[in-house]
Design a protein around this ligand. Sequence first.
Ligand code: SF4
Length: 231
Amino acid sequence: MPKIDYTLSGYNRPKLDTPDGENKLLLHSCCAPCAGEIMEALSASDIDTTIFFYNPNIHPIEEYELRKQENIRFANKLGITFIDADYNREEWFGRTKGQENEPERGKRCTTCFDMRFEVTAKYAHENGFDLISSTLGISRWKDMNQINDCGLRAAEQYESLNYWDFNWRKKGGSSRMLEISKKEQFYQQEYCGCAYSLRDTNRWRVSKGHEKIKRGVKFYKEAIEKLKLSD
Ligand code: SF4
């Protein structure tokens, strides 16, 4: 499979190594825009990576399918194996019961991250992976410490499993994330994912006089003409 070269900003991608020489990484992915830069960095570094898409938080199912299909599209492009895990949303709603009105980055998000990392770690343990990580932390809307705490907690359950807390935002990672999203014209979701984040984002929008979110219609596309010049 040929490597895709994202050198649109003249960036020379450094080769990454896993923290303790681990051989197999199971990367929990939440969506294509967050995953793009990370998948490209891992692929360019020849790190044996498998994508694990486990996000029963995403609501409704049409939104879930759209985010998942965008991620599959890019995984296929890079030749990265994609594991399509359960969509056990009843369990997610059960675990977050009583936390419906928590703010983003609050207790409900800890529950949500814990659930996703626990399933990722279990799958990793049962399938010969020695390292897990997640694309969640690249988003500037998220609390990286909160995510890393959940990732570490899940990996600690298994003796031969480590959690990689690499900061994907640093050294221009956030900019390249956008650059790749625009080049690939990924679907651009406008809320974190769960029913409560959709509700709260819409409430905020209405309070500011904006329209409610129209799901499934917005795709990254800025500067496409400029990018085409570099193709
Ligand atoms: S706001 Fe995002 S991280 Fe928090 S519970 Fe909802 S989907 Fe999960």
